[in-house]
Write a protein that binds this ligand. Sequence first.
Ligand code: CS2
Length: 504
Amino acid sequence: MTPRLSRTTLPGATLARAGLPGHANVRGPAVDPGATSVGLVHLGLGAFHRAHQAVYTEDAAAAAGATGWGILGVTQRSARVAEQLAPQDGLYGVLTKGTDETSLRIIGSLRDVSFPGTGTAHVVRTIAAPTTHVVTLTVTEKGYRRAADGRPDLADPDLGSDVAALAAELGGADPEQPARSPIGLLLRGLARRHRDDAGPITVVCCDNLAENGPVVEGLVQAILTAVPGADALAAWVAASVTFPSTMVDRIVPATTDQHRAEAARLTGLDDHGLVVGEPFTQWVIEDRFAGDRPAWELAGATLTTDVAPYERAKLRVLNASHSTLAYLGALRGYETIAEAIADPALEAVVHALVDEDVLPTLQAPDGLDLAQYREDVLARFANPNTGHTTVQVAMDGSAKLPQRLLGTVRDRLAAGAVPTAAAATIAAWMSYVHATTQGGLEVAGHQVTLDDPLAGVLASAAAGSVDGLPGRLLAVRQVFGDDLAESEVLRREVQAHLRTLAAV
Ligand code: CS2
């Protein structure tokens, strides 16, 4: 039987095979896990964090010779990832799948894992420890529990439960009640840090949200105004906590059994926490830290004063194209994004989206040629070896489209232009919602159902004639807001695309 990856079995792994014919480049951790202590708490321990910030953090610590930047990784709703990683002492592999080559490295920066269902008090204490300086988050667009107007959805039962727990803790209670929302958990950690006078801290949102730093800061402050007795905490947060914006980028497909078998062949060890990524990786971070931070610039991250142009270009070019390919690709039965972009008709739709509607709304970040950026992004999508599926990217459209597409639509309408190409993506999404909730959609032999936080609302709106679909779905104001719900121009454009799609 193949032994399981852990600190005990690591020395027996078949590492450092660089250059051996027929062998991939397989490396061990750049830091000594045994000599690394926690200095950073991460909320949302999914595959993306493990393939992105955890790698940068390890490389930064190794380059600086620092031992205080281990990570406490906190899962969201399920204990699964914590259960996969705890027996491995937090060690896991990142399998990098390029078009021509594969490599694998084992990451040692994850020093502790926790599930809020059982570990809330531990997480709260760790956020409050003077040795902790940074909290990072990847909890996905829907994880922030924002209402349609961007304010915290205080009617959300999970957030409500955390707000009640926070109020009790401000009154002196211990954090016994399991946290149920990431923002609630963050707030409870900040409250404890304030109480313990443990010093300033930085909260770094790493989700695909426009202006992600101010978004999280706004949520935190809006919740605090709603909590009785939180005035001193709100003032401390304003003075001692910063929320830099960041742009994160790496394509991270879901790990499959095939990936796990490939990794086990490479290392000789079984890895239940394996993640997979493309070779490209980028992190642009606003340099606005309240205290210490890992020397991420030594690991290739860009520290800058203004992240907004990068963030906007990435969301509007990469993520919007991705969603377009996901919906149109799934509707045509393509399993992967690589298959979708290989279809000339779909490639043309994406080119039109970017050239006609997205690029006119962007200001190029320093030194970036946006047309080249588009080509580079599309070339990454064409990598056949990541196996990134259309259905994975298609999930949560109601939370993703406002961030990646609707800003473009609004800017174009405000400029007096008709966003014909961007309307094609909305039509593709509507058609996908319709197919997955009404008729049934089969992709690569699997029946696909709509995976979306608003699935119920969308399914009701999708029921009925296809001709009335744009009107009924645009009226879902949680997604489109009042302005787009009432835009006759947009409805007409979407309708025209839907007729074309129906004819295909
Ligand atoms: C994708 C992103 O699933 C999705 O919605 O568009 O996860 C995308 O792969 C990353 O943002 C790339 O950095």
